[in-house]
Design a protein around this ligand. Structure first.
Ligand code: PMP
Length: 418
C-alpha cells in the first residue's frame, strides 16, 4: 500500500478498524481461496471472511445466480415483503435442510448480522418464558450489540461499553475446569434455591467456541446440556452463526450430538456469497412474535436470498461437502500434530474446518500470523488472550491449497520457535 493510500484510511476511518492493521495491504479482487492486492500480490485465505465465505470468494455457481437475478431486475430491498426470492429460499430450507433431518422450525429474518439473530433469539426466549435471565458460558462470543455483548464471556470485550453480566449467569464451558464436571456444577447452581442463580429463560451455547479459542464441546456434554435444559423447561439456543453452514462438517454443528435446539441462530455463510443475511430458526410453538414486534429495514436482502438458495441447492443436496470438510480437517490435524510433537508447549484442537494451534505464549501466536501474512497467507488468532492460531479456510479449498498454506504456517512457527 502506498503512503498516500494509507493516509486515506488513517485520516478518515475510525480508530476502531482492526483487520487492516494485521493485514496492511490494499485488497482488490478475490477468487476461490485467494485474494489479490492492488500490487498484484496473491494471498491464500485461511480466514474466509471470519467464516462468512465457506464457499470461497466469488464462487462461480453463486455468482451466476446473482448476476442472473440482477440482470432480470429482481427485488433488491424487500423489507419483510413476500418475494419470489424469499419463497424460493424458504422452500430450499425446508427441502434441503429441515425435512431430510426431521427438523421442524419456523424461520425468522432478524436483520443482516449474526448479532441481529442473537438479539432476536434472546428477546424471543425472554418473551416466551416470561423469564429474564440467560445463561451463557465462559469464553462465549455472541456479537457486539449490547444484548449479544451481555452474553459474551470475554470481559475485556464488554469493558469499554460498561456492559455488565446483568440478567446473565455465566457457567463453565466443557473442559474449562480441570477435572470437574461442569454440568453437575451448573445443575447444582440451578436447583439450589440459595445459589443466587435464577432459573433462566434460555441457555445460549456455541458447539465450538470460535472467537473464544476453538474450544470444542464434546457431543455427550451437549446432549447432557440439552437434557438438563429440557428437564427444567429452559430453552436451548445454539448459536450457529460461525459453526453452522458446514464449518464443522454437517450443515448444523449440533448434528454431531444428535440434539434439537429450541432456537438456532445462523448468519455469516448462510448468504453464501458473503452478502449479509441472518436467520433465526425456532420450534413452531415458540413463534409467539406479534406482527412487527421485531423489525428492521434490512431484513429482506433478496440478492442474499438468491445466493443462499443457490448455495443450499448446490452444496447441501448430498453429503459430499460434509465428508470433504471432515477429511480436510484431518489433514490440518496431521500437520498440527507434527508441530505439537516438535515444539514443546503447543497443543491443537478443532472439528472439521475450524482448527486451532494453541500457544502457551500468546505473543507467539500473533507473531506466527504476522510472518504468515508476509509469506502470503491470511490467518488470525482467537481466544481469551489471542493465544490460538485459528484456521477457518473456505470449505471449498483444495488439498493442494491447504498443503501450501500449512507449509507456510509450519515455516512461520519454525521462524518464531526455531
Ligand atoms: N455469534 C457467533 C458465534 C459469532 O462467531 C459471531 C461473529 N464472530 C456473532 C455471533 C456475531 O455475528 P456478527 O459479527 O455478524 O454480528
Amino acid at each position: 500500500m502506498t503512503t498516500a493510500e494509507m493516509t486515506v484510511f488513517e485520516s478518515m476511518e475510525s480508530n476502531v478498524r482492526g483487520y487492516c492493521r494485521d493485514w496492511p495491504t490494499l485488497f482488490d479482487t478475490a477468487s476461490g481461496a485467494w485474494l489479490r492486492d492492488s500490487q498484484g500480490r496473491d494471498y491464500l485465505d485461511f480466514f474466509a471472511g471470519a467464516g462468512a465465505l465457506n464457499y470461497g470468494h466469488n464462487n462461480p455457481v453463486l455468482k451466476a445466480a446473482l448476476i442472473d437475478y440482477i440482470a432480470r431486475d429482481g427485488i433488491t430491498h424487500g423489507l419483510d415483503m413476500s418475494t419470489a426470492a424469499k419463497r424460493d429460499l424458504l422452500q430450499a430450507i425446508d427441502r434441503v435442510l429441515l425435512t431430510p433431518r426431521g427438523l421442524d422450525y419456523k424461520v425468522q429474518f432478524p436483520g443482516p448480522t449474526g448479532a441481529n439473530a442473537v438479539e432476536a433469539a434472546l428477546k424471543l426466549a425472554r418473551k416466551v418464558t416470561g423469564r429474564t435471565t440467560v445463561l451463557n458460558f465462559t469464553n462465549a462470543f455472541h456479537g457486539m450489540t449490547l444484548g449479544a455483548l451481555a452474553v459474551t464471556g470475554n470481559a475485556a470485550k464488554r469493558a469499554g461499553a460498561g456492559v455488565p453480566l446483568s440478567h446473565v449467569n455465566s457457567m463453565p464451558f466443557d473442559g474449562y475446569l480441570d477435572d470437574a464436571d461442569e454440568l453437575s456444577w451448573m445443575e447444582r447452581a440451578l436447583d439450589d434455591g440459595s445459589s443466587g442463580v435464577d432459573k433462566p429463560a434460555a441457555v445460549i451455547v456455541e458447539t465450538v467456541q470460535g472467537e473464544g479459542g476453538v474450544n470444542v464441546a464434546r457431543p455427550q456434554w451437549l446432549r447432557r446440556l440439552a437434557e438438563l435444559c429440557s428437564a427444567r423447561d429452559i430453552l436451548l439456543i445454539v448459536d450457529d452463526v460461525q459453526m453452522g453452514c458446514g464449518r464443522t462438517g454437517p450443515f448444523f454443528s449440533f448434528e454431531v450430538a444428535g440434539i434439537t435446539p429450541d432456537i438456532v441462530t445462523l448468519s455469516k455463510s448462510i448468504g453464501g456469497y458473503g452478502l449479509p443475511m441472518a436467520l433465526v430458526l425456532m420450534r413452531p410453538e415458540l413463534d409467539q412474535w406479534t406482527p412487527g414486534e421485531h423489525n428492521g429495514t434490512f431484513r429482506g436482502n433478496n440478492p442474499a436470498f438468491v445466493t443462499a438458495t443457490a448455495a443450499l441447492e448446490h452444496f447441501w443436496s448430498d453429503g459430499t461437502l460434509a465428508e470433504s470438510t471432515a477429511a480436510k480437517g484431518d489433514r490440518i490435524q496431521r500437520s498440527f500434530t507434527e508441530l505439537v510433537d516438535e515444539y514443546p508447549g503447543l497443543s491443537t484442537r478443532g472439528r472439521g474446518l475450524v482448527q486451532g494451534l494453541v500457544f502457551e505464549e500468546a505473543s507467539e501466536a500473533g507473531k506466527v500470523c504476522h510472518i504468515a501474512f508476509e509469506q502470503g497467507l491470511l490467518v488470525e488468532t482467537s481466544g481469551a488472550d489471542d493465544e490460538v492460531v485459528k484456521l477457518l479456510p473456505p470449505l471449498t479449498i483444495t488439498d493442494d491449497e491447504l498443503d501450501h498454506g500449512l507449509g507456510v504456517l509450519t515455516r512461520s512457527v519454525a521462524a518464531v520457535r526455531g
